[in-house]
Design a binder for this molecule. Structure first.
Ligand code: ADP
Ligand code: MG
Length: 337
């Protein structure tokens, strides 16, 4: 009885705390950027203004960070081994940190190797590269080959940077800044399955459907979570080609230069930091289920995050408290501490 009274009071406080906002009309916009269809929804009176600012940021970051765009700092950097840009420099420093934390599973210097497979800037010309070519390109991989000094970036000879595993998380963080500047209380960004939740909702926690990697229209379960979270998924099914009956996907193991050969089909990371969420999802696909769980434990104090992992034998391992699995879809669910 006492417990129930407590719960009721708690709920009332929550409602009082959120209140009802004067205008909760959703303002929606679809933007195509970073090779992704993005659906942005912003609630409240400043919605349209905030959406303009968010869209502008997406376009700006696409032009700045896309390897294929000749205007981009990354293109210049890869072409000349030198570039000057504060934002790119900061992002590469962050990438270095994440690379170290993941034991090299995340690596932003895979540019040349990705190109060899056809997953690079001029994507589409897929092929399995000969070993000799791979070995040569692998020799130029490693974050220790990136030198950042203030806003100056230098690359060791032959090294090329690719920020594809991190740009969407970064873009979401910048869009959060735009929400803050415009006094937006509630917003949700869906970047082709990667989701960023800004602020709270007046009618309870966010409920996010996590997609089933094996079935476009189905989902793995519902995640109930607070705002200020990034829910980023990487999957080996997202981009791939087939040759002689074998399948080759776009998440590479920096140690081999080949598509990661782990037991994971997809990894979803829930984290309060967008860059880390994005990069960790990629890294988890490289290190596999055990590696991902160990990584989570290792980073528990510095960068806490939750995981939903799908293995190639249809197990669904999850660490999130607020995750309600969907039933009868063939997955064996297992809550992991
Ligand atoms: P998506 O962009 O398809 O949602 P990811 O966030 O996992 O998926 O990013 C995959 C991209 O990251 C690849 O297309 C490539 O540009 C880059 N990439 C591939 N393997 C790695 C890796 N081990 N570390 C860092 N970046 C990678
Ligand atoms: Mg990623």
């Amino acid at each position: 009885m006492q417990k129930r009274a407590f719960v009721l009071i708690f709920i009332c406080l929550l409602l009082a705390g959120c209140g009802k906002r004067p205008d909760e009309t959703p303002h929606r916009r679809t933007v195509f950027a970073m090779d992704t269809v993005m659906n942005l929804t912003v609630y409240g009176e400043n919605g349209d203004k905030a959406l303009d600012a968010a869209e502008q940021d997406l376009r700006r970051l696409d032009a700045l960070l896309a390897r294929g765009a000749e205007t981009s700092a990354v293109h210049t950097l890869n072409q000349y081994g030198f570039a000057e840009d504060e934002e790119t420099a900061a992002l590469l420093e962050k990438a270095g940190e994440i690379s170290a934390a993941t034991g090299g599973a995340f690596d932003a210097t895979l540019g040349k190797v990705l190109d060899l497979w056809g997953f690079g800037s001029g994507a589409g010309d897929y092929r399995v590269p000969p070993d000799a070519e791979l070995d040569a390109a692998l020799a130029a991989v490693g974050m220790e080959r990136v030198f950042v000094d203030g806003e100056e970036i230098r690359l060791a000879a032959f090294t090329e940077v690719d920020l594809g595993g991190i740009v969407k998380g970064y873009a979401c963080e910048r869009m959060f800044d735009r929400m803050k500047e415009n006094g937006v209380v509630t917003a949700v960004f869906d970047l082709g399955g990667d989701v960023a939740l800004w602020g709270g909702k007046s009618d309870g926690p966010w409920r996010v459907a996590i997609k089933d990697p094996a079935d476009e229209g189905a989902f793995l379960g519902i995640l109930e979570t607070d705002g200020g979270r990034f829910i980023m998924t990487s999957g080996v099914y997202e981009r791939y080609f087939e040759e002689n009956g074998a399948r080759y996907h776009h998440i590479l193991d920096p140690k081999t230069g080949r598509p990661a050969d782990s037991d994971l089909v997809s990894a979803t990371v829930v984290c309060q930091n967008g860059i880390w969420a994005d990069a960790l999802a990629t890294a988890c696909c490289v290190v596999g289920a055990d590696g991902a769980l160990a990584l989570r434990e290792r980073l528990a104090d510095t960068m806490p995050f939750d995981l939903i992992l799908i293995t190639d034998d249809a197990r669904a391992l999850y660490t999130c408290e607020g995750f309600a699995p969907e039933t009868n879809n063939g997955y064996a669910y297992e809550k992991v501490a």
